[in-house]
Design a binder for this molecule. Sequence first.
Ligand code: ADP
Ligand code: MG
Length: 317
Amino acid sequence: MSEAKIKNVTDLTGVGPSIADKLSDAGYDTLEAIGTQSPGELSSATGIGKDTCTKFIIEARKAADIGAFLTGTQLMEKRATVGKLTTSSSTFDELLGGGVETQSITEFYGPYGSGKTQFILQLAVNAQLPVEEGGLGGEVAIIDTENTFRPERIISMAKALDLDPDEVLSRIHVGRAYNSHQQMLMVEKVSEMAKERPIKMLGVDSLTGAFRAEYIGRGNLADRQGKISAHMKELARFGDLYNAAVVVTNQVLSNPAAFFGDPTKPIGGHIVGHTSKFRIYLRRGKAGRRVCRLVDSPHLPENEALISITEDGIRDG
Ligand code: ADP
Ligand code: MG
């Protein structure tokens, strides 16, 4: 089939019904999803031979125009459209270069109780503020995998900003995902919603919890990493397409008695790290404060900010 006619996965050369099923069962039902994978990842996720996967990837990349070159000027123009979402802490905003950026994935990682969910909730309220007030003037979608979304917290945070709590709640769309498969499918649902509603922030709380619970043991690690990677690519694409902030949470294995590994290592390791443009490590500080450490940013120095979590929400520490 000629390139011009390739619109769907089933148009790729060599994709018959059984291969199409294998791809789709593993979550690869768009050309973008296939074209942004490596042959090894695609092969281990689908059970299709690596050489065949290589052919699919090359063809999908061409058809979906992945990897096209942009000039520096075009990239600067794209950067100029990046929005900055306030965290409600001015010192933390400063650390981030003005706030949480749109068109990027920002990852909050830290142990249980470090404040990851509180940040998601605060940003969900703030995203609704007008741009002049540090918001994105839009609506919010949250994929909640841990059942930790709390409308009561939204109400407190909204009231503290003099916003109408009912209106704020009505602009936050929460999808509860019970497993990683649903979690991945929900990105598609959000994309559909974004065609009709101005979704300017997408939160995933937690990004890795379901994957961690489902893919246990070394034998499943490659499969898990492949899925997380595909999921993150979809999230990044959403942020890019809709000029939205994508904010995800990730737990660290915080067992101080652990014999193996680094207790401050986020789940998903380098796969998550490479796709998140901003990674913030949260830990408890003195007197109930939280230390937010910016790790591995492409254009900002590694540094820390101190915040407090109050009844009103996130504030300077
Ligand atoms: P994580 O998602 O990282 O597990 P959370 O975001 O749920 O952690 O943070 C929970 C913490 O947030 C609580 O331990 C508490 O310190 C703080 N917190 C939650 N609600 C309030 C509130 N209404 N007032 C003050 N602090 C709160
Ligand atoms: Mg949480």
